[in-house]
Structures are given as structure tokens and as C-alpha cells.
Design a protein around this ligand. Structure first.
Ligand code: HEC
Ligand code: HEC
Length: 154
């Protein structure tokens, strides 16, 4: 039984955020230079296609800023986001936030409250504060380093 549980635990840990690049191939350069200029270039796989569509349709009034783009870049970004969107993650609110999904909350349930409140983090959307490879799409545990807490490896 114990051995079985160990195997199960290993399988559960496998799904490979460690090896996976969260910014899949085909990423338009404008995704990094535009969407990545104010915040982390978020992983397309953490929102549904409908929510990416809603996000891209509302860029003129985007969380208190104007993030609108030329039509060509916007079209390329939308297509890439929707192709690589999650088919499992459900609607993420209005406006959509990947940080409010059940997936995100479950994945981060062990992160202590004081980490979210640290002045170097400020917002859960500030992925790169803890995920040091986030700007390059890397979320593996080896690159998690939380301000005020330190490295996170179990
Ligand atoms: C001018 C600055 C700016 C640009 C450019 C920008 N954003 Fe944002 N975005 C913001 C701000 C501000 C927030 C809110 C951040 C927070 O709550 O900490 C945000 C939040 C988001 C969120 C929700 C994050 C969460 O909490 O889960 C998504 C999704 C998002 N942006 C997508 C995009 C996409 C896609 C692009 C490119 C087409 C883009 N953004 C370009 C400023 C910008
Ligand atoms: C306050 C620090 C912090 C912030 C901010 C944060 N995370 Fe995390 N994240 C963690 C920790 C710690 C874990 C590992 C949780 C565990 O193992 O129980 C994690 C796990 C993950 C994982 C799974 C990694 C794996 O190997 O299973 C992904 C993907 C992820 N986060 C994405 C994001 C994204 C995207 C953002 C921003 C929208 C974000 N995180 C913001 C601390 C943070």
C-alpha cells in the first residue's frame, strides 16, 4: 500500500510544469513586448478560450489602463491565446482573472497569506515575484523563490 501511494504521489507530481514551457511555441513577439510590458506574460493555458476572447475584446478599458494594440498584433495574439487556452478551466469572472480560478487557488493553497501580502508581491498577478522564470514561461518548483520566505522545494 505504501509503495502504491508513493507511486501515486509521483504520478500526481509529474504533470510537468517543471519541464513544460507555459508559453507554447508560436508565441507572437508582441505578446512578450506588449502584454508582457505591464505584467508577466501570462500562460495561455490558465484561462479558457472564451475568457481570452473577452480579455482581448476589452483592451481599451483593461484594469484601469488602455492596453489596446494594432489590429494585426491583436489578431495574432488572440489566435495564439485561444489555440493554447485551457479546455478544463472554467469561466474566470468579469473581467477574467486567471488568479481567481479554482485551479489557481488549489495550486496555491499552501502559499502562506503573508507571502501574498508582502510588499514585493502586492498582487497574485505578479507571478514573477515568486516564479523567477515566469517571464520565460517557466513555473517549475525549482525556480520558486518567495519574498520573505525563500525557496520552495518539497
Ligand atoms: C498598460 C499596461 C497593461 C498592458 C499593456 C496589458 N495589461 Fe493586462 N493588466 C494590467 C493591469 C494593471 C492588470 C491588473 C493587475 C493586478 O491586478 O495586479 C492587468 C491584468 C491582466 C489580467 C488578469 C490577471 C489576473 O489577476 O489573473 C489578464 C488576463 C491580462 N492582464 C491580460 C493581458 C493581455 C492579454 C495583454 C496584451 C494584449 C495585456 N494584459 C496587456 C495592465 C496591462
Ligand atoms: C506569492 C508567491 C506566488 C505568486 C505571486 C504566484 N505563485 Fe504560482 N506558485 C507558488 C508556489 C509556492 C507554488 C507551489 C505550490 C505547491 O507546491 O504547493 C506555485 C505553483 C504554481 C504552478 C504549478 C507549478 C508546479 O510545478 O506544479 C503554476 C503553473 C503557477 N504557480 C503559476 C502561477 C502564475 C501564472 C502566477 C501569476 C498569475 C503565480 N503562479 C503567482 C507561488 C506563487
Amino acid at each position: 500500500m505504501k509503495r502504491f501511494l508513493i507511486v501515486l504521489a509521483a504520478l500526481a507530481a509529474l504533470p510537468a510544469w517543471a519541464e513544460r514551457n507555459a508559453l507554447p511555441t508560436g508565441m507572437p513577439a508582441a505578446y512578450q513586448s506588449e502584454c508582457g510590458s505591464c505584467h508577466t506574460p501570462f500562460p495561455p493555458g490558465l484561462l479558457s478560450a472564451a475568457d481570452w476572447k473577452a480579455t482581448m475584446a476589452g483592451l481599451e478599458d483593461h484594469f484601469g489602463t488602455d492596453a489596446s494594440l494594432d489590429a494585426k498584433s491583436a489578431g495574432a495574439i488572440s489566435a495564439w491565446l485561444e489555440t493554447n487556452a485551457s479546455r478544463r478551466i472554467q469561466a474566470a469572472g468579469k473581467p477574467p482573472r486567471l488568479t481567481t480560478t479554482a485551479w489557481f487557488k488549489r495550486e496555491h493553497r499552501e502559499v502562506p497569506t503573508k507571502a501574498w501580502q508582502d510588499s514585493r508581491v502586492k498582487s497574485a498577478a505578479n507571478c514573477a515575484a515568486c516564479h523567477r522564470g515566469a517571464d520565460q514561461g517557466r513555473y517549475g518548483e525549482r525556480e520558486i523563490d518567495i519574498p520573505g520566505i525563500g525557496r520552495w522545494e518539497d
